[in-house]
Design a protein around this ligand. Structure first.
Ligand code: NDP
Ligand code: MG
Length: 380
């Protein structure tokens, strides 16, 4: 039995990871962690019988302890709880399906305790890639991409020499507002932005997909995962989301991974790599599909993507500012405190104001996050 632990088990990636576990029947889930959804956590505890379950707040942890008093699962809480799940003895892989920079410390601790990381939590790599990648090398653990584009790139790299990469072609659906102008985006509501054409995902990443900040984060994520310059990464809009990304080699050959939009494929690939397993579900029918479309991204309207190239190229603490500003701005937009276009305006403002720290330590990353939050909060 393969043994894993999952951060963010109640979310979109977390629940699909548990679907993959259930369908395969040969993975043991030793630990799970969530924020506050203790009803779902209770169901998961009863089905998967993990040794530990972590909850973010003390009150929710207390409540969960009462609810599952008849089971053998221990309930832990807060950052210590997340770290306990991340480093638990016996787990070989940690699936990081938590949302946001809160994943940095648990991911670092998991690597130090020798766990392979099935990484969905891109915010961690965007902000701390310069710490995580060397640490993973030092501890000889793999960072296995769960993000569909990065999984596609990883699959397209199998059997090839990474030194022969000429370019990475990172595909994007373009989101629900593809083809619109800034003016047409002025009155976008939360409901409009939450309607993704192809993928069903958590709220934060769905908003990020609509602004194309998600693609920006993915450019920086790819830079770390595949050790390329951001300028070697070209974003290509592929509205059907069938081509999940491609690699162009020095000889001009382009290798791609195609499939229907279903996160279970990259999740399962990361969990069983290098093995491929049967996966039920829709398959691409090329007779019905008939054609695939491609476009250049509109980086003037969706300039959050352009800002990611600026942050990724400059490096240091600037990607942290990009990410942290986006995290807070998106949460304010979801609470209807700011307008849609302000999300990108806020990111730009924070990037302009920041004095870059080269090679920031973990503490400096967290300080940069706090300073970015202070700047945004002082606007209101
Ligand atoms: P969701 O919002 O659906 O889920 C987030 C998970 O994190 C939930 O389990 C949530 O718990 C948990 N969580 C939030 N805050 C805390 C906290 N303080 N302590 C512990 N757990 C916490 O997000 P997604 O699954 O969509 O995304 C997860 C990550 O994967 C993100 O980084 C995203 O960018 C990435 N990703 C997602 C894809 C997708 O298809 N969804 C595709 C590619 C990448 P609770 O339910 O209790 O709030
Ligand atoms: Mg993606």
């Amino acid at each position: 039995m393969k043994k894993i632990a999952i951060l963010g088990s109640t979310g979109s990636i977390g629940t699909q990871t548990l679907d993959v576990v259930r369908e395969n029947g040969d993975i043991e889930v030793l630990g799970i962690a969530a924020g506050s959804n203790i009803s779902l956590l209770e169901e998961q505890i009863r089905e998967f019988r993990p040794r530990i379950a972590a909850v973010w707040t003390e009150e929710k942890a207390k409540e969960l302890r009462v609810r599952i008093a008849d089971t053998d699962t221990e309930v832990v809480e807060g950052m210590d709880g997340l770290i306990q799940v991340s480093t638990m003895q016996g787990a070989e892989i940690l699936v990081t399906a938590i949302v946001g920079m809160i994943g940095i410390r648990p991911t670092i601790e998991a690597i130090k305790s020798g766990k392979h990381i099935a990484l969905a939590n891109k915010e961690t790599l965007v902000t701390a890639g310069h710490l995580i990648m060397p640490l993973a090398k030092e501890h000889q653990v793999s960072i296995l991409p769960v993000d569909s584009e990065h999984s596609a790139i990883f699959q397209s790299l199998q059997g090839n020499d990474r030194k022969a990469i000429h370019k990475i072609l990172l595909t994007a659906s373009g989101g629900p507002f593809r083809g619109r102008t800034q003016e047409q985006l002025m009155e976008v509501t939360v409901e409009d932005a939450l309607k993704h054409p192809n993928w069903s995902m958590g709220q934060k990443i769905t908003i990020d997909s609509s602004t194309m900040v998600n693609k920006g984060l993915e450019v920086i994520e790819a830079k770390w995962l595949f050790d390329v310059d951001v300028d070697q990464i070209q974003v290509v809009v592929q509205p059907q989301s069938i081509i999940h990304s491609m690699v162009e080699y020095v000889d001009g050959a382009v290798l791609a991974e195609l499939g229907t939009p279903d996160m279970k494929l990259p999740i399962q690939y990361a969990l069983y790599y290098p093995e491929r397993r049967y996966l039920p579900g829709d398959r691409v029918d090329f007779w019905k599909l008939r054609h695939l479309d491609f476009e250049e991204p509109d980086m003037d309207t969706f300039y959050g993507l352009k800002l990611a190239y600026i942050a990724g190229r400059r490096g240091g603490s600037l990607p942290t500012v990009y990410n942290a500003a986006n995290e807070l701005a998106v949460s304010q937009f979801l609470k209807r405190q700011i307008k849609y276009l302000e999300i990108t305006e806020i990111i730009e403002d924070c990037i302009r104001a920041h004095k870059v720290i080269e090679h920031p330590t973990l503490e400096q990353i967290l300080e940069t996050e706090a300073a970015t939050y202070d700047r945004i909060n002082s606007r209101r």
